[in-house]
Ligand binder design. Structure first.
Ligand SMILES: Nc1ncnc2c1ncn2[C@@H]1O[C@H](COP(=O)(O)OP(=O)(O)OP(=O)(O)O)[C@@H](O)[C@H]1O
Length: 248
């Protein structure tokens, strides 16, 4: 993590749906190569904020720079500099492994030659050479997720946004998925990840915890545990949730 280089800068991000405030004046920075965990209970406002950072939705107000680009004014350019993967929107089940890679890489403007060379390397690395011409629908979920992540960073974006990327897979496969995340981070790609798994929260460099549209805590897992006198992130999370219930 390089704190000299901000790749995400958010100041007073507010998003309203009518009278309801889904994101209430969020401010934070994320640095190059950082693994930044974006946590919160269901409905806290994570997806709403992430969509804005990806240029998929407009904020009501706030100043938001991602990869040095203004998310209001430079949306098209922004899309070339980021990757996105979610549990819900992923690979095409009816296309083969290679067809999926070619499709997504094509969208990002990579040449056929580049796609061929890079996909051979990728399939080798993932141990999926034998599955090159298999339909995605035939692969186990864990493999799909590893491939979906690799496809999301295939064009070497500055940042990759991961929305609950490991939902529904076992702890061993999740751990393997995180090895890919660490590798991407070592290569300078910034990771912005939402998760409901507290073991994954511990793997992040820093974590923000959102409660009812506001960021209530933001620090390294170690410092958060100290601050909340908690033995693990589960306990930090519970203590924050309780605090918010008492305030209501
Ligand atoms: N288009 C919309 N119109 C009105 N309300 C919305 C809209 N999108 C989201 N919301 C509301 O904003 C709040 C935050 O939703 P959001 O999806 O951002 O939460 P989340 O933290 O991502 O939750 P989850 O973990 O369940 O995905 C919720 O109360 C949701 O009902």
């Amino acid at each position: 993590m390089n704190t000299d280089q901000k790749v995400i800068s958010v100041r007073n991000l507010t998003k309203k749906f009518g009278a309801f405030t889904a994101n209430d004046s969020l401010s934070f920075d994320v640095y190059k190569g950082e693994i930044f965990g974006f946590l919160g209970a269901n409905g806290a406002g994570k997806t709403t904020a992430m969509k804005i950072l990806c240029g998929l939705s407009y904020p009501t107000s706030g100043e938001i720079m991602v990869a040095g680009l203004d998310v209001y004014k430079q949306r098209e350019e922004l899309k070339k500099n980021i990757g996105y993967m979610s549990q819900k929107f992923s690979l095409y089940e009816d296309l083969t492994v290679f067809e999926n890679i070619r499709f997504y890489a094509g969208i990002y403007g990579m040449s056929s030659k580049e796609i061929k060379a890079k996909s051979d390397d990728l399939l080798q690395k993932l141990g999926l050479v034998h599955a090159r011409n298999k339909r995605i629908g035939e692969l186990p979920l864990g493999w799909k997720q590893k491939l979906a992540f690799s496809v999301a960073i295939f064009h070497n974006p500055e940042i990759v946004f991961l929305d609950e990327p490991t939902g529904g897979v076992d702890p061993v496969t999740r751990r393997q998925f995180w090895d890919l995340i660490y590798e991407a981070s070592r290569n300078g790609i910034t990771i912005f990840v939402t998760t409901h798994y507290m073991d994954e929260a511990e793997y992040c460099n820093r974590i923000s915890i959102m409660v009812d549209g506001r960021i209530d805590a933001l620090d390294t897992p170690e410092r958060l545990k100290k601050q909340f006198e908690a033995k693990d992130m589960d306990e930090v999370f519970l203590k924050l949730a309780r605090k918010s219930n008492y305030q209501e």
